[in-house]
Design a protein around this ligand. Structure first.
Ligand code: ATP
Ligand code: MG
Length: 421
């Protein structure tokens, strides 16, 4: 708290001089304890939005309306992004997609309506008094997500919280308490009253988190994935007698993790497009499965089908056309390399690969390499060496083209004339 004293002390004094309570709350309190505090500071206050705005004027560098109807005023002070929200006492119309907001008059009421105990801790400013009525600090120490009240009641008030449980599990690496998982399983179908955009936003945060496997596993185990991303559980194909394709699902999670391992190549930071393409790269497989006479299984052309399924799902989740095109293109191209054999492509086939990948070439490299994983370690190593070879050829061609671009349109005689040699 000393690190943010220059912000919280004067702000707390301003509110308290005007007769209002102000508390640092939620994410920043949790993250400060985990040693991962960012530059976003959220507060909750007894002041109504107009009053909050008045108190910020003359202190903040800039203020704006983040949704006055929901009680939130935003401001910036130096490097800090601050959001101040009036105490809430939310009530939900079970048939409505949008929460109705009633302003409340106590911190206790506000904290009791928050999603998880680790998000329901507050620090009163300027006194710096720690408020934790739901035992969030104990849950944080145990790295577990619990709801302040009965999870069934919480999820019935706002089903999006089930997605948030999976998202925070993925972001924080926490477990979800067994009774909370049980409530998610029981109430999964309620997610359908939530708008696709809000589900999508949680899904994006989950996939871009450090431990997406945790969040995705929860979604699959509770049945939520069946409703928001059914292509994922569908990858758990029944086992054939050779156990060869029993787990396209498991393979997919591994490819996602291997994509993350190579993310530095993409300029650092989570790359949603690459990660989502990894998650969807094999979704065409269940539809193109063929059983051969010898009892084995193959998949025909699952790239084009997979890209189509991917686009449809992303459209339903209201992703932008640019995002849909980017992910769809990667899914469609991820198998092309398998035609490379042991270097059989002509230069123009290599050039076509580069041209078709366009500005996503680096992502395609990452995804294809991540996909070079099979239980047969020797085969995987051979695939990787082959891709090294393809990338080396791409580099050589790129260099040749650069040379061609700088080579002047003059022959030797003309050059000697110009230089007087
Ligand atoms: P981050 O900003 O890093 O994603 P956060 O904890 O700040 O994490 P937000 O989605 O910004 O998460 O929400 C801020 C706080 O508001 C949360 O910590 C939580 O206390 C509360 N909150 C947000 N959405 C809900 C919800 N649907 N139900 C209950 N409480 C919520
Ligand atoms: Mg936040």
């Amino acid at each position: 708290l000393d690190r943010i004293g220059e912000i919280i002390d004067p702000l707390g004094e301003r509110f308290s001089a005007a007769g209002h309570e102000l508390h640092l709350v939620g994410g920043p309190v949790r993250d400060a304890m985990l040693g991962r505090l960012q530059n976003d500071l959220d507060f909750t206050t007894s002041a109504r939005p107009d009053e909050t705005e008045r108190l910020l004027k003359g202190w903040a560098d800039a203020t704006w309306d983040m949704g006055r109807a929901f009680g939130t005023i935003g401001c910036r002070k130096g490097d800090w992004q601050v959001e101040i929200t009036t105490y809430r006492a939310e009530s939900y119309d079970p048939d409505s997609r949008k929460p109705e907001v009633d302003f409340g008059d106590s911190l206790a009421g506000d904290l009791g309506r928050r999603d998880f105990t680790v998000n329901a801790m507050a620090v009163k400013v300027p006194e710096r008094a720690f408020e934790d009525p739901h035992g969030g600090v104990v849950d944080l120490a145990h790295r577990v997500l619990r709801t302040p009240g009965r999870p069934e009641d919480s999820f019935s008030d706002d089903p999006l919280r089930m997605m948030r449980a999976a998202r925070f599990a993925a972001q924080l690496g926490f477990d979800v308490a067994p009774e909370v998982v049980e409530a998610m399983r029981a109430m999964a179908s309620r997610i359908e009253i939530i708008s696709a955009e809000r589900v999508r936003d949680e899904l994006v945060k989950l996939i871009c988190a450090p431990w997406p496997r945790r969040g995705l596993t929860l979604l699959v185990e509770t049945g939520l994935a069946e409703l928001v991303l059914p292509e994922l559980p569908a990858l758990a194909l029944e086992r054939d007698e050779h156990h060869r394709h029993k787990d396209v699902y498991e393979h997919t999670l591994t490819v996602l993790e291997q994509t993350i391992d190579q993310e530095e190549r993409l300029g650092g930071g989570p790359d949603f497009v690459a990660r989502f393409a990894a998650l969807m790269h094999d979704v065409g497989k269940p539809r193109t499965r063929k059983f051969l006479d010898d009892g084995t299984v193959t998949f025909h052309h699952h790239d084009v089908v997979g890209a189509k399924i991917t686009r449809k799902r992303m459209k339903a989740l209201r992703f932008s056309n640019d995002e849909i095109d980017a992910v769809g293109q990667l899914v469609e191209l991820h198998l092309r390399f398998h035609g490379y054999g042991s270097g059989e492509w002509t230069d123009s086939a290599v050039r076509r690969y580069v041209r078709d990948a366009g500005d996503q070439l680096e992502r395609l490299h990452v995804l294809t390499r991540a996909d070079c994983t099979t239980r047969n370690a020797r085969k995987a190593a051979r695939l990787r060496r082959t891709y090294d070879d393809l990338e080396a050829r791409i580099a050589v061609l790129a260099e040749q083209e650069e040379m061609a671009a700088v080579r002047p349109d003059l022959d030797g005689t003309q050059i000697m004339e110009i230089l007087g040699i």
